[in-house]
Design a protein around this ligand. Structure first.
Ligand SMILES: Cc1cc2nc3c(=O)[nH]c(=O)nc-3n(C[C@H](O)[C@H](O)[C@H](O)COP(=O)(O)O)c2cc1C
Length: 435
């Protein structure tokens, strides 16, 4: 059978092409996805010969059940020079299938994909998500770009803010599950990063609710001034108080803006979460790339791999080292942002305390005006309610921000086994590699 026949054939069997969980494999392609090389495990599981694989497009092992939308997302990211991860169902030469979790990375002249056997509980949800996406492509005639949009929306429903957040979480879960199945020591570094994510999410929610509470207070000073003007001349102090309240409340709102991330497009907690996801991906990917490199190096020594394979070992080595350095660099910036977040929350509390004393002053003044101030009562009651709301949200923000800062610090120390001030300076920006 010619290579063309292999790629066009849609013959599949329900059977699985078996491989062991401790087996890791990789392939390297040019920038169009044409296979250049790989390790012997990759060749064996695919069921092809090297003559058939080298020079063939990687879709030689494409399984017809795979949604087009997944490959659309993959190539969209790869073409931007970004690493990515994906669950992929492949078809071996004999029609059997095998699932992998693949980590795709841009390298000089093309891409490298390292793969492991997925075993996490997340994998089960992905199988149904893929089946649903595939059906929608078939039944509703979705284009790859539409299907990609649909997949991203489904992932958001599952709680992932973006595809990259999903693939980071997935690679970490797969690395953790694999260590578990192989009864290896669990990688605490990944777990400690994963634990930070829900805290950042809660912080983001509280941040949004604080914004909403402040928005609700905006009309109150004007209402107060209107009422005060009707009480003239006795309402003078209330007018002055309402003006002070407006000024301080504006200041607090501006300060709330400092909870904005680097690019200003999202909240600081969401921007920090994005970086944590990035560090998670880099760290988990690096550990698998390192292990594949060791498998490749052993294959070279034992003679399983052909001469000239050292170049592949070197590429995997550089990749793994680079990603580990990257995760360290990202965590460093996460660490300083988390501290800034905690500081910012404390400054905001001071401003709100000031605001609260103006509210109390307003109550006192209204009490002094006694019967005259009846019209003020609903406005002041409203202010009281908002302050209770703001105080409780702020209290939660302070607790969460401190918790995040402490968790990141612990995670940093755990990840690099080194005091923070002894770490070398961050070298590159994450967005150049993974975003
Ligand atoms: C490094 C690398 C590895 C890839 N590995 C696979 C793979 O294992 N299985 C697969 O179906 N596609 C893989 N692809 C994607 C294919 O190039 C291709 O986009 C996909 O099979 C869908 O083909 P189609 O878009 O022509 O339908 C890989 C791409 C790259 C760059």
């Amino acid at each position: 059978m010619s290579r063309q026949d292999f790629t066009s054939s849609k013959v599949t069997s329900k059977e699985e092409a078996p491989f062991d969980i401790n087996e890791l494999f990789f392939s390297r392609t040019d920038d169009r996805g044409v296979i250049i090389s790989g390790n012997e495990v990759f060749r064996r599981i695919s069921g092809y010969t090297w003559d058939e694989l080298v020079g063939a497009p990687h879709k030689i092992i494409r399984h017809p059940d795979m949604p087009k939308g997944v490959f659309y997302i993959l190539w969209e990211r790869l073409k931007k020079g970004l690493a990515t991860g994906a669950y992929v169902k492949n078809r071996a030469n004999d029609g059997r299938h095998y699932w992998v979790y693949a980590i795709f990375s841009p390298v000089d002249g093309g891409y490298v994909s390292v793969r492991l056997k997925p075993t996490s509980s997340l994998f089960e949800s992905v199988i149904s998500l893929y089946a649903e996406s595939f059906n929608r492509e078939q039944e509703d005639g979705l284009s790859p770009v539409e299907s990609a949009g649909n997949i991203r929306a489904k992932l958001r429903d599952l709680g992932f803010p973006s595809y990259s957040a999903f693939s980071s979480y997935a690679v970490a879960q797969e690395v953790i599950a694999r260590a578990d199945v192989l009864a290896r020591v669990e990688d605490e570094r990944l777990q400690s990063l994963i634990r930070i994510l829900p805290v950042l999410e809660a912080l983001d929610e509280q941040h949004a609710s604080l914004f909403a509470s402040f928005a609700k207070t905006r009309g109150i000073p004007s209402n107060m001034r209107i009422v005060a003007s009707r009480l003239e001349p006795a309402g003078g102090p209330i007018s002055a108080i309402s003006q002070n309240y407006r000024l301080m409340s504006d200041e607090a709102s501006t300060h709330l803006g400092s909870f904005q991330g680097d690019d200003g497009s999202q909240s600081l907690p969401a921007a920090v979460a994005k970086k944590v996801y990035g560090a998670l991906f880099m760290m988990a990917a690096s550990s698998i790339q390192c292990e594949v490199k060791n498998v490749a190096a052993e294959g070279l020594v034992s003679g399983v791999e052909a001469d000239g394979f050292q170049g592949e070992v070197d590429i995997l080595d550089q990749l793994s080292e680079g990603y580990m350095a990257e995760s360290r660099s990202v965590l460093q910036s996460v660490c300083s942002e988390a501290m800034a977040l905690a500081r910012s929350a404390k400054d905001l509390r001071q401003l709100v305390t000031g605001l609260d004393s103006i509210r109390v002053l307003c109550r006192v003044e209204a009490g002094r005006l006694s019967a005259q101030s009846v019209a003020l009562t609903p406005v002041i009651n409203q202010l009281d309610r908002f302050h209770v709301e703001i105080d409780s949200t702020l209290e939660q923000i302070l607790t969460l921000a401190d918790k995040v800062a402490a968790m990141i610090e612990t995670s940093m120390a755990r990840s690099f086994n080194c005091p923070l001030d002894k770490l070398p300076a961050a070298e590159r920006n994450l967005s150049q590699v993974y975003a």
